[in-house]
Design a protein around this ligand. Structure first.
Ligand SMILES: Nc1nc2c(ncn2[C@@H]2O[C@H](COP(=O)(O)OP(=O)(O)OP(=O)(O)O)[C@@H](O)[C@H]2O)c(=O)[nH]1
Ligand SMILES: [Mg+2]
Length: 410
């Protein structure tokens, strides 16, 4: 089975720009308004992560992508994006829309926490003057709500569940816990690591106190749903000093990315209308025909251009790429059939780009391409390294791989 599409969840206080970020990344029209709780039902769409295409790295003139897109030499690989309703402080006690809707994010592999860096929305998401509300307070209080949601889901029924575990061998205990939490997209390796970090290995779950269970769920959240902070609305002047302060306070504890979702959305719309040439993630864009722009459009594009010079882009693509490549440490590999043409059987050059976990082996890749291929696995030929490797070879980003198998597939 091809690798499962990675899922990214967008979370945050209400009225901070979550849906604007979602629309910018997916170009799906969704309701955006400057008031709290506009989004109620989740928006689901496809966004893309960007990596230099292997056809460029290998000096080919072009490729024929099938499961992804190639734009100006960059391969864009699809990921699933979820935009849900907003949270406010006290959501776990039922304030605002509560936090039950967060269950829509059970499948998320990573969370983007959108924060209003300008401080122009108060604790409840109501519009106020820029600089009024402290985004640092927002980062902490909303993360607390996310943790409460996560803890609530895992701790539900814990007493009854844990009672039966104390007489079982440790390995079985781990398996039972992994099964209980699997609906939150938590893998067994996350459970093993979280138990280790909470120093709960080889102890009796029935005897864990509330603090111990909390520590475990906190570690599980950090491992299975890591958070990237989206410092949004950086186009508003008041955001800049807030951003510096937030970075200073958080030091290297969190990944924080300066973003203007509003500018990215405007730019992608302008590109769609043919007014500008813009490849998402680029640090600049080109106006196609100056004479076709209205005075208003010119001013808006100039502002956007200045912003991009300052921050190296709008930050939306950078956020998605950071979440997938740096935080989840995923890599891109290209399975092929024909090693001289780097193509599939039909001659499509580098048709598929697979997003896989760092550490994935050649045999695991064979399984993703086709289970039959894996059954008859003989070797993997890594074209870009001109190297024949075995089942245990750990793939590197950009590898173009032909699986040599005794069982022909297809
Ligand atoms: N200046 C500026 N405004 C933004 C930015 N992103 C969003 N906004 C504005 O913020 C307001 C709220 O945007 P939404 O995208 O609806 O916010 P949300 O977080 O989805 O809100 P709810 O669904 O109601 O919780 C709108 O007026 C947007 O235009 C940004 O990067 N810069
Ligand atoms: Mg919304």
């Amino acid at each position: 089975m091809p690798p499962q599409t990675v899922t990214i969840g967008i979370v945050g206080k209400t009225n901070v720009g979550k849906t604007t970020f979602f629309s910018a990344a997916t170009l799906i029209e969704a309701k955006i308004e400057n008031r709290p709780f506009v989004t109620i039902e989740p928006n689901v769409g496809i966004a893309y992560v960007r990596k230099l295409c292997a056809h460029v790295e290998l000096g080919l003139s072009a490729c024929n992508p099938k499961n992804s897109v190639c734009l100006s030499g960059y391969r864009f690989i699809p990921v699933k994006l979820y935009d849900v309703a907003g949270l406010i402080k006290g959501a776990h006690r039922g304030r605002g829309l509560g936090n039950k809707f967060m269950d829509d994010l059970r499948q998320a592999d990573v969370l983007l926490h959108v924060v209003d860096m300008s401080g122009e929305t108060d604790e409840e998401g109501n519009p106020v003057k820029p600089g009024y509300y402290d985004p640092l307070e927002e980062i902490e209080s909303i993360e607390y709500e996310i943790n409460e949601w996560f803890h609530g889901v895992i701790a539900r029924d814990w007493d009854r569940f844990s009672r039966g575990l104390d007489t079982l061998p440790w390995d079985e205990v781990v398996s039972r816990i992994a099964k209980k939490v699997s609906g939150l997209s938590i893998r067994r390796e996350h459970v093993v690591e979280a138990l280790r970090e909470s120093k709960l290995e080889n102890t009796k779950p029935g005897s864990w106190r509330e603090e111990e269970l909390r520590l475990l769920t906190q570690k599980l959240r950090e491992l299975a749903k890591p958070i990237v902070v989206v410092a949004n609305k950086m186009d508003i002047p008041e955001a800049e000093s807030n951003f510096k302060r937030v970075l200073d306070v958080l030091k290297n504890r969190k990944v924080v990315i300066p973003v203007s979702s509003l500018f990215e959305l405007a730019l992608r719309k302008a590109a769609r209308l043919g007014l500008v040439k813009y490849v998402p993630g680029d640090a600049s864009f080109q106006v196609v025909d100056e004479s076709k722009l209205t005075a208003k459009q010119k001013i808006a594009l100039e502002r956007i251009s200045d912003f991009m010079k300052k921050y190296g882009g709008t930050g939306v693509q950078r956020t998605l790429d950071t979440a997938i490549f740096n935080v989840l440490k995923m890599i891109v590999v290209y399975p092929v059939e024909n090693t001289s043409r780097l193509s599939d059987r039909d001659g499509n050059v580098l048709p598929d780009a697979y997003l896989v976990k760092w550490g994935t082996t050649a045999l695991e890749l064979a399984e993703m391409v086709h289970t039959e291929l894996a059954k008859g696995f003989i070797a993997a030929y890594v074209v870009n390294r001109n190297k024949k490797t075995g089942a245990d070879y750990r793939l590197s980003s950009g590898d173009v791989v032909k699986i040599v198998s005794a069982t022909a597939h297809g």
